[in-house]
Design a protein around this ligand. Structure first.
Ligand SMILES: Cc1cc2nc3c(=O)[nH]c(=O)nc-3n(C[C@H](O)[C@H](O)[C@H](O)COP(=O)(O)OP(=O)(O)OC[C@H]3O[C@@H](n4cnc5c(N)ncnc54)[C@H](O)[C@@H]3O)c2cc1C
Length: 215
């Protein structure tokens, strides 16, 4: 689900692309959500929310939430932000709704020619099934190299198969000259970190945000 939050005009939040907020729902339930857009002039915030079976906050989003509901939030939080100086290759790895902060980072790059700076920018986005690719990239300036990947593809899928970090390791990208920004499940982050380090990625060039469960 895509949710757009409108903030009180006198209380904007000044955040950096890649950061997240904590939303506090009924009964004090608190869940983190990454902001899926770079700061906009109208101050609005987009979230991409996955439906989690038996999830407390998921129940709110997919059953109760109404336009103009009032929510409490805390933020901005987190240090998953673009780092300079950066190598020549920038690789964004995302699984599922982990695309949210990656989209915000890509919007930041798209709007700042100094950040693009002749760099090659890749997005490797993994899902299980093709129908789960719920967002399409459209950038004005960014010449993004986009690689969609499926872990449970059927026989009609013509793209890459497997896990996002495997696709990066098998690619021609020189792991000695790359910064990786990874966002998704804790399992994906842990596997990607270990496998990429083993394949030659310099450890301080791995930046990640794991969607750890709160319960
Ligand atoms: C920094 C950060 C950023 C995050 N950003 C996002 C975001 O942008 N979009 C988003 O959808 N979520 C995001 N999350 C995850 C989110 O905060 C919640 O944990 C998640 O949505 C589940 O909340 P819930 O209340 O619906 O389920 P809960 O009531 O917390 O969990 C219900 C059951 O589902 C299991 N579970 C929890 N999460 C998952 C999952 N992802 N897959 C499978 N089973 C699960 C739990 O272990 C539990 O058994 C982020 C988490 C962190 C830490």
């Amino acid at each position: 689900m895509e949710v757009i939050l409108r903030l009180p005009p006198n209380q904007p939040i000044n955040y950096l692309p890649g950061q997240y907020i904590d939303l506090i729902g009924k009964g004090g339930v608190r869940r983190s959500y990454s902001i899926a857009n770079a700061p906009r002039s109208d101050g609005r915030i987009t979230l991409f929310i996955k439906k989690v079976k038996n999830g407390e906050m998921s129940y709110y989003w997919f059953n109760d939430a109404k336009v103009n509901d009032l929510l409490r939030l805390e933020g901005p939080l987190g240090t998953f932000i673009f780092r300079e100086p950066a190598p020549r290759n920038i690789v964004m790895l995302a699984t599922g709704t982990g695309i949210a902060p990656i989209k915000a980072l890509l919007e930041q790059l798209d709007s700042d020619a100094d950040l693009i700076n002749n760099r090659r920018i890749f997005l490797i986005w993994g899902n299980r099934f093709e129908k789960e690719f719920f967002w399409k990239h459209e950038f004005e300036n960014l010449d993004l190299i986009y690689i969609p990947v499926l872990s449970q593809a059927d026989k009609h899928w013509k793209g890459d198969r497997g896990y996002v970090q495997e696709i990066l390791i098998e690619s021609e990208i020189d792991l000695k000259d790359v910064a990786v920004y990874a966002c998704g499940s804790e399992d994906m982050i842990n596997s990607a970190k270990a496998e990429l380090a083993h394949a030659g990625l310099i450890s301080h060039n791995f930046h990640a945000d794991a969607f750890v469960c709160s319960s």
